[in-house]
Design a protein around this ligand. Structure first.
Ligand SMILES: Cc1cc2nc3c(=O)[nH]c(=O)nc-3n(C[C@H](O)[C@H](O)[C@H](O)COP(=O)(O)O)c2cc1C
Length: 164
């Protein structure tokens, strides 16, 4: 029997299937590659990355609740340079499209990361993690109000040609 064609077009990006990973649940892909054939995914959405390395929250970072679990990792990551130098070449060797998830404390930090990713090979789109606290708005997450959301997205639109 012929295999089912699951291919989709997402904002102009051809994906072989609409199944992509959730940011942070798949690290940079390498950590889970022995369990999952990455080539069967539409894309890997990597852990959100920031301008500089972030240490994340102290432990405990997860608690079980009656209806599931809560986590507060605090966006621990090694920063965009590490992603470009180490994680991305490995992901490209796996021939899987990469959606880069970006985060920051300020609009400037988001823009720095988007700019650094501008011509990164294999990065097909940028996912903007606007659930980060915005230090320029009393620490409220960007996504909590329309204006900061519009502001960061508009600035990022001018920083990158990649789908956001
Ligand atoms: C351990 C862990 C780390 C996560 N890290 C990130 C992250 O770095 N960036 C991000 O945008 N979301 C992060 N998330 C959120 C997930 O991408 C996803 O949105 C969340 O788990 C809800 O998915 P669901 O709606 O399918 O349940 C993380 C989730 C978990 C459990």
């Amino acid at each position: 029997m012929a295999p089912v064609d699951l291919s989709v077009n997402l904002a102009g990006i051809p994906l072989r299937t609409p199944v992509v990973t959730a940011s942070g649940c798949f690290a940079s892909g390498q950590e889970v590659a022995e369990f999952v054939d990455l080539r069967q995914l539409g894309a890997v959405v990597v852990k959100s990355m920031t301008m500089e390395p972030w240490a994340g929250k102290p432990s405990p970072r997860m608690v079980e609740t009656p209806s599931g679990m809560l986590n507060a990792i605090g966006l621990q990551n090694k920063g965009v340079e590490h992603f470009l130098q180490v994680d991305l070449p490995w992901l490209n060797s796996q021939r899987v499209p990469v959606i880069a998830s970006i985060a920051g404390n300020t609009v400037q930090e988001f823009m720095y990361v988007a700019d650094a990713l501008r011509r990164a090979p294999g990065v097909v789109a940028v996912e903007v993690n606007i659930s980060c606290p915005n230090l320029e708005d009393h620490g409220r997450a960007f996504a909590m109000r329309p204006e900061p959301t519009l502001n960061v997205m508009r600035k990022l639109r001018s920083s990158t040609d990649l789908p956001l």
